[in-house]
Ligand binder design. Structure first.
Ligand SMILES: Cc1ncc(C[n+]2csc(CCOP(=O)(O)OP(=O)(O)O)c2C)c(N)n1
Length: 174
């Protein structure tokens, strides 16, 4: 039988900043220098926090800690577009979202050390604490969005999930 292509995959990537740190001006999003700086500060904060937390975890002072590094931009940019009254429900790997929403790093450390005081959110924020079970929070966010619809005041509900959440286990067929 002749060799034939029966499927192919095309993956595209848009690169605004090259490996030398030079930005393509034509592709630059229209955001102020102040906002760009805030995004950079938050991304940097996430990495610094990650490094510290993993050291604490490896030395037995935090019970567990899921690293965020690699997902900094997806974590800190969307929350900057939200109002405090919007809802955000991150996954366990979503602590960067809280930093963008004003949570203090000491509170995040308390949480991962097993202290309930670490779930404090800034006054007025409607965030929910991390979802440790994967996938279950998607239905909760749909409910929160539905509630906002009933309230009739507008607003959004944001959540995140990984590919391991949306995929199916291998042992479902017996
Ligand atoms: C309901 C439920 N089933 C199983 C698990 C065990 N579990 C922990 S992490 C994980 C994989 C999640 O992958 P992904 O959503 O891609 O997130 P990642 O940790 O890779 O960022 C699973 C299945 C869980 N936390 N919750």
């Amino acid at each position: 039988m002749a060799l034939r292509t029966i499927a192919s995959l095309d993956v595209k990537r848009l690169e605004i900043l090259d490996v030398n740190g030079v930005a393509d001006k034509a592709l630059m999003p229209k955001v102020s220098d102040k906002l760009l700086l805030e995004m950079y500060r938050l991304m940097y904060q996430i990495r610094a926090f990650d490094e510290r937390a993993i050291l604490l975890q490896r030395s037995g002072r935090l019970g567990t800690y899921p690293m965020i590094t690699g997902q900094e931009a997806t974590q800190c940019v969307p929350p900057l577009a939200l109002k405090p009254t919007d809802w955000v429900v991150p996954t366990y790997r979503g602590g960067g979202v809280y930093f963008a929403r004003g949570m203090q790093m000491r509170d995040a450390l308390l949480y991962w050390a097993g202290d309930d005081r670490g779930t404090r959110f800034p006054e007025g924020n409607r965030d929910m604490i991390f979802s440790i079970p994967v996938g279950t929070h998607l239905t909760q966010v749909a409910g929160l969005a539905w509630g906002q619809k009933f309230e009739g005041k507008g607003g959004v509900a944001v959540t995140y999930c990984g590919d391991g959440t949306s995929s199916k286990g291998t042992c479902t067929r017996r």
